[in-house]
Write a protein that binds this ligand. Structure first.
Ligand SMILES: Cc1cc2nc3c(=O)[nH]c(=O)nc-3n(C[C@H](O)[C@H](O)[C@H](O)COP(=O)(O)OP(=O)(O)OC[C@H]3O[C@@H](n4cnc5c(N)ncnc54)[C@H](O)[C@@H]3O)c2cc1C
Length: 296
C-alpha cells in the first residue's frame, strides 16, 4: 500500500490549493473528496471577488482549481473519509471500504456541519454507527435500519444486507436508492429521532400520512457525505464549531493541519486558498524536520 506524504480530506478550493503547493514542495499527495457538488463553491452562482478571475461561476472556478492540481500530480480518491486512525508515525484514512496511509494530514472539510438527529450523538457507539464496514459484524443476522442522505448509503445498505437479517432503508435527503429486495426494504418515512431502550436501538419516524411511529432495531446506521471533525479524528481541538489552528495551520494533533471554512470565518475562497497554501508549506517543513531528526 502506498504511503503518501500527505492526505488532504476535502475537495474545495482549500484542498486543491493545498495539493498544488504540496506538489511544488515535492510531496506525494492524495485528495479524498466526497464530491465536487458538495463544496460550498459549487453552489455559488457568480464569483466577483476572487483576484484574477472576474465574473466566474463557482462551478467553473472549482473545476479549474481541480484540473490545475491534478496536472501537478495530485491524486484524487472520491469517497467519504469516515475515520482517521493513527498507528505509530502514520495516519490511516478509512474511505468507503478502503484504507489510505499518509505521514501527514490536512483537513479542509468546509463549513457544513452534519445536522444530527436528536439522540444521535449520545447513541454513537452504543447501537448506532456511521460505518457499515466497521460495525456490521456486531449485528450479524439481526435487523438493522439505515438512515441515509446520500448515494454512499445505498452501497452500505447492500453490504449490510449480506451480514444482517434485514435492512430497513430510510432517507434524509433525495439520492440514488439501493434496489429493494427480500432483505432491503425501502421505507417512505422521515426519521425524527433515535433512542436506546431495552428493546434495542429505537427509531422514531413520521409516516407519509403524517402519523408518527417507532421501531426497534438491533442497530441503526446513519450515512451522510460528511463527518464532524471531532468524530473523524478524535483528539482534535475545536474552537466553537471550527477546528482550532495556529497561524501555520497546525491543529492540536501533530502533523495534522486544517484550512478553509472549517477553521472559521471569513468563509471566503481567498482565505481558503491562502490557508491551503500555508498548510502545505507547514506539512512540508515539519516532515523535513522529522526526517532530519531521524537521520541525525
Ligand atoms: C451560495 C454561495 C456563494 C458563495 N459566494 C462566494 C463569493 O462570492 N466569494 C467568496 O469568496 N466566497 C463565496 N462563498 C464561500 C466559498 O464557497 C467558501 O468559502 C469556499 O468554498 C470554502 O472552501 P473550502 O475548501 O474550505 O470548503 P468547501 O468548498 O465547502 O469544500 C469542502 C469539501 O470537503 C468535502 N468533505 C467534507 N467532509 C468530507 C469527508 N469526511 N470526506 C471527504 N470529503 C469531505 C466536501 O465534499 C467538499 O467538497 C460562497 C458560498 C456559497 C454557499
Amino acid at each position: 500500500m502506498e504511503l503518501y506524504d500527505l492526505i488532504i480530506i476535502g475537495g474545495g478550493p482549500a484542498a486543491w490549493s493545498c495539493g498544488m503547493t504540496a506538489r511544488n514542495r515535492g510531496l506525494s499527495c492524495l485528495v479524498v473528496t466526497a464530491g465536487a457538488s458538495l463544496s460550498g463553491l459549487a453552489k455559488a452562482h457568480m464569483i466577483t471577488n476572487y483576484p484574477g478571475v472576474p465574473n466566474v461561476s463557482g462551478e467553473d472556478l472549482l473545476a479549474s482549481f481541480r484540473a490545475q492540481a491534478l496536472d501537478l500530480g495530485v491524486e484524487e480518491k472520491t469517497g467519504n473519509a469516515r475515520q482517521v486512525m493513527q498507528s505509530g508515525d502514520q495516519f490511516m484514512v478509512l474511505v468507503g471500504n478502503d484504507i489510505f496511509q499518509s505521514r501527514s494530514l490536512v483537513l479542509s472539510l468546509g463549513a457544513a456541519r452534519p445536522k444530527m438527529l436528536p439522540g444521535e450523538e449520545e447513541m454513537l457507539g452504543h447501537g448506532l454507527s456511521w460505518c457499515g464496514t466497521c460495525d456490521a459484524m456486531f449485528h450479524r443476522n439481526q435487523p438493522v435500519a439505515v438512515i441515509s442522505s446520500w448515494n454512499g448509503g445505498a452501497e452500505e445498505a447492500e453490504f449490510l444486507a449480506n451480514v444482517c437479517s434485514s435492512v430497513d432503508y430510510y432517507t434524509l435527503a433525495r439520492h440514488d436508492l439501493p434496489e429493494a429486495s427480500d432483505k432491503i426494504h425501502l421505507l417512505d418515512a422521515k426519521p425524527l429521532s433515535v433512542t436506546r431502550s431495552d428493546a434495542g436501538s429505537v427509531l422514531r419516524f413520521k409516516n407519509a400520512d403524517g402519523t408518527e411511529d417507532e421501531k426497534a432495531y438491533h442497530g441503526i446506521f446513519v450515512f451522510r457525505p460528511s463527518v464532524a471533525p471531532s468524530q473523524l479524528l478524535p483528539g482534535l481541538r475545536l474552537r466553537d464549531v471550527f477546528i482550532e489552528v495556529d497561524t501555520a495551520m497546525r491543529t492540536s494533533v501533530p502533523l495534522v493541519y486544517a484550512c478553509g471554512d472549517c477553521t472559521g470565518r471569513p468563509l471566503q475562497i481567498a482565505k481558503a486558498v491562502g490557508e491551503g497554501n500555508i498548510a502545505a508549506i507547514s506539512a512540508a517543513e515539519d516532515l523535513q524536520a522529522k526526517d532530519k531528526e531521524k537521520n541525525a
